[in-house]
Design a protein around this ligand. Structure first.
Ligand code: ZN
Length: 348
């Protein structure tokens, strides 16, 4: 099935720093209103789309809506902003980037730092820190304070473009999964258990939304849905690549916060093979996803795994994913939800 790239573009480009997901949530709610789902929003702002299954076990799927961003901490006498990161930024990726400051209205800013001409030899060799940057809005302090307040969120400014078979944008992490979950909720036909598709908040600052959602739902089965590293680029060793772009949906075996249920990993591999869906294994030594709270925040825990989308240049402004992997992820997630009652979940 052809992917709706214009919807993916809108979802990726819409701002939503952790704790400030209002605008991307509106897009999600608008899209869910077209589907046969019951929608609810909890006190944190997580959106749950529910579809009733044939028997009362519960399946939870989580895709986080938030994106790494910043928050304004200080406006100086010349109108320059200082900020604090919301989520894990690699400082070197901020050089020469445009951002959007979401105050009374959206204002474009640029990440400023010291020109190389003025740096001492020691400064040139030093790794740049987040604190070395300021945001320049091109406005006087008088103008800035009319629109911007301490506590306003800031996001990266970059539009989605298509490159070969790939899509490239800010926030592919994790809007590609928001897109995949919307698509899956729409495609599900004959499924055994109640499905809770949750669009979570504040994942990038520590899976805070999913903690609450999983605690509330108490799933029996669960799937995290997030991007993972594809380091299949010049200079990488074969054992460092984690995943490769275009080689299929990744089935998570583990990351730093979850060892996926061995039964679920086995089931997901068999389901992918049965349906001819390309897949690759994922082991990520650093980083975690909403899979952790899905697995452990319900009273009895859940049988949990995750579908990951191979992504190059992750946590930069030019994150890249492959259409074939996105398509494979939708098909794998759909098939895994629909077949849950056909598998033996006994420990072998
Ligand atoms: Zn993510």
């Amino acid at each position: 099935m052809a992917l709706n790239i214009s919807l993916l573009k809108e979802i990726c480009e819409t701002p939503g720093a952790p704790g400030f997901e209002q605008r991307v949530r509106s897009v999600v709610l608008r899209e869910l209103s077209k589907l046969p789902v019951d929608v609810s929003i909890d006190n944190l702002g997580n959106v749950t789309a529910f579809r009733r299954g044939r028997s009362p076990k519960k399946v939870m799927i989580a895709a986080h809506m938030d994106e790494i961003g910043f928050i304004v901490t200080h406006i100086d006498d010349n109108g320059f902003l200082r900020f604090h990161p919301l989520g894990g930024f690699d400082p070197k990726t901020l050089t020469a980037q445009r951002v959007i400051v979401h105050g009374q209205q959206d204002l474009i800013g640029v990440m400023g730092s010291k020109p190389i001409h003025l740096m001492s030899p020691e400064e040139r060799n030093k790794t740049v820190q987040i604190q070395d940057y300021f945001i320049d809005l091109g406005l006087s302090k008088e103008e800035v304070i009319k629109h911007v307040s301490i506590g306003d969120p800031i996001t990266r400014q970059r539009e989605l473009i298509e490159m070969g078979n790939c899509v490239n944008c800010k926030s592919i992490d994790n809007r590609v999964s928001v897109f995949i979950l919307l698509e899956t909720m729409s495609r599900l036909k004959d499924f055994p258990y109640d499905v809770y598709g949750v669009f979570t908040v504040q994942e990038e600052v520590g899976t805070r939304g999913a903690n609450v959602a999983a605690h509330q739902i108490g799933p029996d089965f669960g799937f995290g849905l997030d991007t993972t590293i594809a380091f299949d680029v010049p200079g990488s060793q074969a054992h460092e690549q984690v995943t490769k772009l275009g080689k299929g949906a990744a089935i998570k075996i583990m990351d730093a916060s979850t060892i996926c249920d061995v039964r679920m990993v086995d089931y997901m591999k068999k389901t992918a093979d049965k349906h001819g869906i390309p897949w690759q294994p994922e082991i990520l030594a650093g980083g975690g996803t909403d899979t952790a709270p899905i697995q452990r925040m319900g009273k009895t825990g859940s049988i949990a795994g995750a579908v990951s989308i191979p992504t190059r240049h992750i946590h930069q402004v030019i994150e890249m994913a492959d259409r074939n992997d996105i398509d494979a992820a939708i098909r794998l997630l759909t098939a895994c939800i629909e077949g849950l009652d056909t598998h033996s979940w006994e420990f072998q």
